[in-house]
Design a protein around this ligand. Structure first.
Ligand code: SAM
Length: 401
């Protein structure tokens, strides 16, 4: 049953553009925690190794075309046979049973035969790093050029591993119980899968570092320019609450109405009811020199989040990097325009390409925000799974003159 659910989720991620982390959560809500964990393991593992898995299936299949749903069952089973210690007979039997719900005896025979071959002969090719990491070769080459192959391999290997659930304690008074504090990230804790949203906000430590970087010391307005789904905005609100403010000087904006609606719902659940401005940050509807601080947590290619959304690497191509870099440059120019002289723009992206990170803030008065673990990089700081055990994130605190 778990294998069939996992195969269906993989299929929907690959064919409907759904996000794996969102879909897995939705599809496992009714399952026992152990089964939900198993489905999660199968889905993320399969997506992480999909390029190799598909090559192996194509190598053993004698059919010119395999039904997409049967292919998904095969993908999950081949992941288990090649990458895990699951008993092979259980894997093959489970897949044959799942295939039986999709077709007749012929389908079962095909799945059985192919998986028996994989079980017996394994993967006949050693593969290479481009296949192992599953990232577009041009993007991998760009990372190699920026960092060198050793650091790129370290990043990509760490991105193949699962991530634990991290949450931010919303107030110092919240009882932490069994939650484990993360060294270097105040208020970040490793938690179980579900937490109470009144007390906790599920966020990776790298995101918590971004929310902690925005200066709130003055009295002027603060803009979160790409605020949906509201994770970092809620952090700013909680920080203001801790200094006895009501959050009314926070201005939340985003370009996408549906994302704003979802964010509003999420923030209401967390006990906050802010107004939103629907606005394209490339031509922001705000007067020059308005804000004390602007958070530009910009739309990006998301390569820093591969541990949680491995499918991103299968979808992204070099033109996405160029397109995102173009949007980021326009939004950053606007962020600086609407910030008052002496104010600060915090620029962050959960990705690691040079074009979206160091190149964006080159030539600006950017620096790493104080007190954040990571590696200084250009005019900012890099957090990454192989460096800080977090998602990949670039943060630069830009002084506006
Ligand atoms: C990385 S997400 C922001 C995450 C958010 N800061 C948080 O912590 O929950 C980027 C956001 O940028 C928004 N966005 C994309 N293009 C935009 C544009 N041209 N102007 C404003 N927002 C945009 C997306 O809708 C998305 O919500």
């Amino acid at each position: 049953m778990n294998r069939l659910v996992a195969a269906q989720v993989v299929g929907r991620v690959m064919r409907s553009g759904a996000y794996s982390n969102v879909l897995v959560q939705a599809e496992t809500r009714e399952l026992e925690p152990r089964d939900a964990g198993h489905v999660r393991f199968l889905v993320f593992g399969t997506l992480r190794h999909l390029v190799r898995i598909d090559r192996v299936i194509a190598g053993y299949s004698k059919r010119p075309r395999v039904d997409p749903q049967v292919l998904d069952v095969l993908r999950v089973a081949v992941f288990e046979l090649l990458e895990t210690d699951s008993p092979p007979h259980a894997v093959v039997n489970g897949a044959v049973e799942a295939a039986g719900t999709l077709g007749g005896p012929k389908v079962k025979g095909f799945v059985n035969g192919l998986l028996r071959s994989v079980e017996r002969f394994g993967d006949p090719s050693p593969g290479d790093r481009v296949e192992r990491f599953g990232l577009h070769p041009e993007i991998l080459a760009a990372l190699d050029e920026t960092w060198g192959t050793e650091a790129t391999d370290a990043f990509m290997e760490a991105s193949l591993l699962p991530a634990v659930t991290i949450a931010r304690r919303r107030r110092a008074s919240v009882e932490v119980g069994d939650a484990v504090p993360l060294v270097g990230f105040p208020d970040a804790f490793e938690v179980g899968l579900s937490v109470d949203t009144a007390d906790w906000a599920v966020q990776d430590a790298a995101s918590i570092a971004v929310g902690g970087s925005v200066p709130l010391s003055g009295h002027g307005p603060i803009l979160d320019m790409a605020a949906a789904p509201g994770g970092k905005a809620l952090h700013l609100y909680d920080r203001l609450s801790a200094q006895s403010e009501d959050g009314s000087r926070l201005v939340l904006a985003d370009a996408h109405p549906k994302r704003i609606v979802r964010a509003q719902k999420r923030l209401r659940q967390a006990g906050w009811y802010p107004d939103w401005v629907q606005a394209d940050g490339r031509s922001a509807p705000f007067v020059d020199n308005t804000f004390d601080a602007v958070l530009l947590d910009a739309p990006c290619t998301g390569l820093g989040t591969l541990r949680r959304r491995p499918e991103i690497k299968l979808r992204i191509n070099p033109s996405d990097v160029r397109r995102m870099a173009g949007i980021q440059a326009k939004m950053l120019r606007e962020a600086i325009r609407v910030t008052r002289p002496g104010g600060t723009v915090v620029y962050s992206v959960c990705t690691v390409t040079a074009a979206e990170t160091i190149d964006q803030v080159a030539g600006l008065l950017g620096r790493p925000p104080a007190g954040i673990p990571g590696q200084a990089w250009g005019n900012g700081i890099l957090l990454a799974p192989h460096l800080t055990g977090t998602d990949g994130m670039f943060i630069s605190s830009v002084d506006v003159s």
